[in-house]
Design a protein around this ligand. Structure first.
Ligand code: BTN
Length: 236
């Protein structure tokens, strides 16, 4: 992979989008030591202080738009493996793709898809990993690898480990395998959840994910609804 490194950026998402629109190859990476305007999902900010790992990957998948969200699940799984390997940390996945350790967030994923005609031009997958930083605990609890283990990790090594896993996964991509691993590593299924979107809320039992990565929720009246985006709160 070609890696573009910056000591500081507003957001790796912006730089990666520029490179993608200018035609950079798939798997181009943009990484920054800190971000002045780190972005999270649902229009939140992402605390991007020194010591964390902040990067974006430009992916050009041969998939129709509706099948692309699976890439985020795959990224989450590869991050889980990297944290286990490089830091000895066991993280779990909360739908859609937060990484948690004992309920505290250690990593987040934000992705943006750009469409040309009915084809996917690129997906910009942004990843924030709390490694040697002390994440701000605003409304939701967060934690870093350093806080968990007391040891600093080599961020370049963590990035290299992840990129290798992700490249192998994309080269041998299996939707079934991603779904299988995700079901195995999630803390969301079997839980009572509230999903909030910018439009409405939905409350029920998280029973499964569908082939596209949507969460299937069983409502109080027994009917089922599949949600494709939103914030997920485990309520029980
Ligand atoms: C979330 O959980 O809300 C997603 C957080 C994503 C943060 C990463 S850090 C690298 C990339 N650049 C950004 O501005 N955001 C993503």
């Amino acid at each position: 992979a070609l890696i573009h490194y910056y000591p500081e950026l507003d957001s790796t998402m912006n730089r990666a989008t520029e490179l993608a629109r200018a035609g950079c190859p798939s798997h181009t990476v943009v990484v920054a030591d800190r971000q002045l305007q780190g972005r999270g999902r649902m229009q939140r900010q992402w605390d991007s202080g020194e010591g964390g790992l902040y990067f974006s990957i430009v992916v050009r998948p041969a998939l129709p738009p509706r099948e692309c969200p699976i890439i985020n699940l795959a990224v989450a799984l590869d991050l889980v493996a990297t944290l286990a390997r490089c830091c000895g940390i066991t993280a779990r996945v909360k739908w859609p793709n937060d990484l948690l350790v004992d309920g505290r967030k250690i990593a987040g994923i934000l992705s943006q898809m750009e469409i040309e005609g009915d084809q996917v031009a690129f997906v910009n997958v942004g990843i924030g990993l709390n490694l040697n930083n002390e994440p701000e605990v605003a409304d939701k609890p967060a934690v870093s690898a350093l806080q968990l283990t007391g040891e600093k990790v080599n961020r370049a090594q963590v990035l290299a480990d992840f990129l290798q896993r992700f490249e192998t996964r994309m080269a041998t991509f299996s939707r079934r395998e991603v779904l299988r691993q995700w079901r195995e590593r999630t803390v969301t299924l079997g839980r009572q959840v509230t999903i909030t979107t910018l439009r409405d809320d939905c409350e029920g039992l998280a029973v499964d994910i569908d082939d596209e990565g949507g969460l299937i929720v069983e409502l109080a009246d027994g009917s089922r609804r599949t949600v494709f985006y939103g914030d997920c709160f485990h309520t029980l």
